[in-house]
Ligand binder design. Structure first.
Ligand code: IPE
Ligand code: IPE
Ligand code: MG
Length: 277
């Protein structure tokens, strides 16, 4: 938290926002559906790929700000398994931009101690992209700071299916298939995000009120924050606003909140009528 404050101009809106946050209740994991690049470009009569290009800078700002805030995990949705439906030229531009980002950001990832992890069906990506991703993952693997998961060729359903198949294969190899029983912990241990906390806060830009097959298992109790801002316009102030909104939420996880409620030991005044047999 202090690392972020040190980079902000005292008295600025961002500085005031950052100061308003409770450092002891920051989300352990933030997930972001980075949406609206195409519309951003459309509004400027530019080709869609110009929107993707403009979307690189907010990735940089978000990653750096989260690392400085002390967030444990950040997951960015970069390409879904459904995004292959887009024109080939758009998809190829996305791979070029991804490689450019990885290449350019490598020093910053090292400097900020960020561990990079690609999540999704990486084997389905073009070899050059796969190669670049593997290299960045290997070089940052021992970094002690924030984990940056980038979801590429990712689908929440395919992740769950892949996890179940991986557990079945393992049991088959070990000869324990007839005794295999799934439970929530075992399934979670086979997901890409194994060992990381579940997202506390899920941000989606561009105003769309949907999940689009993102982290279906992991967001069971995430707080959702949707902003109308298009991804290329998402900045540090927006990020801090989202965290501020998150800190105002009452997270009950299916229980009840003790404060402001009637003491549970108080005698019940009205008897609950029991239906006659
Ligand atoms: C999000 O922006 C980036 C990717 C899905 C790769 P979009 O490209 O979906 O932008 P819109 O939703 O068409 O505006
Ligand atoms: C979700 O955005 C995927 C990414 C942000 C990478 P989309 O633009 O693909 O989602 P839909 O089609 O609007 O649901
Ligand atoms: Mg979109």
């Amino acid at each position: 938290m202090q690392a972020l404050l040190d980079t902000l101009a005292p008295g600025s809106d961002e500085w005031k926002l950052a100061l308003s946050l409770d450092p002891s209740r920051l989300p352990a994991h933030i997930a972001v559906i980075m949406d609206g690049n195409g519309r951003w470009a459309n509004q400027r009569s530019l080709p869609r790929v110009a929107g993707h290009k403009a979307g690189v800078e907010p990735v940089r700002t978000t990653v750096e700000s989260c690392a400085r805030l002390g967030i444990g995990s950040l997951t960015l949705y970069a390409f879904s398994v459904e995004n292959w439906k887009r024109p080939q030229s758009e998809v190829e531009t996305l791979w070029r931009l991804l490689r450019y980002y990885l290449h350019r950001e490598m020093p910053a990832l090292m400097k900020n101690g960020i561990r990079f992890k690609a999540i999704g069906r990486i084997e389905g990506l073009p070899p050059s992209v796969r190669h670049e991703l593997r290299e960045v993952m290997e070089r940052t693997a021992a970094n002690p700071g924030m984990t940056l998961n980038v979801a590429i060729n990712y689908g929440g359903r395919s992740e769950i299916v892949d996890a179940v198949n991986a557990l079945l294969d393992q049991a088959r190899r070990e000869g324990t298939l007839d005794r295999l029983r799934l439970d929530e912990d075992l399934l979670a241990s086979a997901l890409h995000t194994a060992g990381q906390p579940e997202p506390d806060l899920l941000i989606r830009t561009s105003g769309e009120m949907r999940i689009s097959n993102f982290l279906l298992w992991q967001i069971a109790y995430a707080e959702l924050y949707v902003t109308e801002t298009l991804w290329p316009d998402f900045d540090r102030k927006e990020l801090l606003c989202a965290i501020q909104a998150y800190q105002k939420r009452d997270r009950r996880f299916g229980g009840i909140h003790a404060s402001g409620q009637r003491n549970l030991d108080e005698p019940i005044l009205e008897a609950v009528p029991v239906p006659a047999r």
